[in-house]
Ligand binder design. Sequence first.
Ligand SMILES: [Zn+2]
Length: 86
Amino acid sequence: MLCRQVPLPLPVWLLMSNNVSWRSRLDPRLLEILVCPICKGPLDYRKAQAELVCKPCRLAYPIKDDIPVMLEDEARSLPSDAPELA
Ligand SMILES: [Zn+2]
């Protein structure tokens, strides 16, 4: 006797990977969970520069294709008088 197979619901990760809305613009919820990888402090989103700035570390993390690159090696060092730190 054959049992009809019930289709499984799509795994959550697949739904998330297909969700293009978070790629089209930075989700405020994403910004809330992003912290500096060095000091674990909150970041300042600079829309014009497409960067996430950590004031204590004086580092600006680039946002490439709407994806924040949270790597110290990729971050831009800011001078102490940078307007980003104001
Ligand atoms: Zn930091």
